[in-house]
Design a protein around this ligand. Sequence first.
Ligand code: NAD
Length: 476
Amino acid sequence: MEFFGHVIDGAEVKSAGGETFTSVDPYTREPWAEVALGGPAEVERAVAAARRAFDEGPWPRMGRAERGRLLHRLADLIVANADRLGLADTRDMGKPISQSRGNDVPRAADNFRFFADHARLTTAETLPMDSGHHAYTRYDPVGVAAAIAPWNFPLMLETWKIAPALAWGNTVVLKPAEDTPASATILARLALEAGLPPGVLNVVHGYGPDSAGQALTEHPGIDRITFTGESTTGRVISAAAAAHLVPVSLELGGKGANAVFADADLDNAVNWSIRAIFTNAGQVCLAGSRLYVQRPVFEEFMARFTAAAEAMRLGDPKLDTTELGPLASETHYRKVRGYVETVSDEGGTVHSGGLGDGWFVRPTVITGMPATGRHQREEIFGPVVTVTPFDTEDEVVALMNDTRYGLNAMLFTENLSRAHRVSARLRAGTVWVNCFFIRDLRAPFGGVGDSGVGREGGTFSREFFTEPKAVVMQIT
Ligand code: NAD
């Protein structure tokens, strides 16, 4: 079995007491990697190393161009190691290799390139004042950032946090999800190879409660917490951050609504709607898990959508041809299976799909589910979609907004006015019109309600990972 250690102060290390845990490959259902299991002692060492690197090391002082050069070198190494990194995520959580190596790894490299360039090129405010003074803004690094990541896009989401934190001159302690530890250690090894000084990027493995995650979020030496994960965990982390008045960014769960109007380009709508719910076996915070189709096209859409769902290739996620892998872990499989098995109890019908072998759930389409049913309200986080017909624009806007989440929504229409009108009325952090998951890293990303607090991306990440300071000068 491969071994993945913590990376603290420039060295890959075991836990003080030698404790480990294993990562299980959800396709073979066998352990494939042994991982150092950290706790308060390892967090203490990592935070101390990050603090030293910030207070005494060259990183915050070396300037954005030089930091950017090193972060670009790290991006180059990520691309050069795409096979290893992609396979690590695939073995940890069953994501098809075409998505991990093909999408997440290039995006991880782009995260470093984008934030390195953004920090170097972005301008700050100068405010000429009538009083004979002027004010300007400095964006200074804050210190040590704690990053806590989920298992569904391990490398991609870890780098989405690490890259802006580092680009703006901070140091980082990352706690990856316990189901997906491998790519984080590989990334930290590559960061050292790229020339990042010791202590700038530290990785501590472990669980959440009563383990490394809790120890990190409760540590008084942390200056920022950026968290992506479940809404319930977000509440716990928010409370821990409040104890030390530490700013926290929360990217939480979702229950994405997707409306197909009768005037939509149906080929395009089917294509994106399939991707919206079945990419990464539906284990996507943005998943279009509530699909609403206007009644005149309901039958035709359903026929095409179901045919496309049934044509998806399930299998070994290590094969380039596989489109849908197993669910990420046994625990998660059991949770999703629970939803599939209770569809009729809640008043719905499994139109197609259902349980597969091992930890597979086939692309599952549910009809007839009442709006109050659990399947319409709770985040299932699997390849399971409810499809509901609607008649009017007002009706579908009300249905789409009838959720405690508010991460994203999609709508499909060829009517330009409707696209703008409905987008404005939806309560969501992102609205995609005639597409899904297209990202510009300058755009705000985050959710309303139970989907999160704060936004990340471009200047939004800068606001979070820096202390904006106003300097006011007398000029006359
Ligand atoms: P999770 O909340 O169970 O775990 C996320 C991380 O938090 C893990 O590293 C875990 O060890 C750690 N953790 C758990 N309890 C903790 C505690 N008390 N203190 C400190 N750390 C703790 O989430 P998950 O199951 O890994 O991820 C799936 C969830 O993430 C879904 O709800 C999904 O929608 C959400 N998600 C959101 C986004 C977004 O951008 N909004 C992106 C991806 C995933």
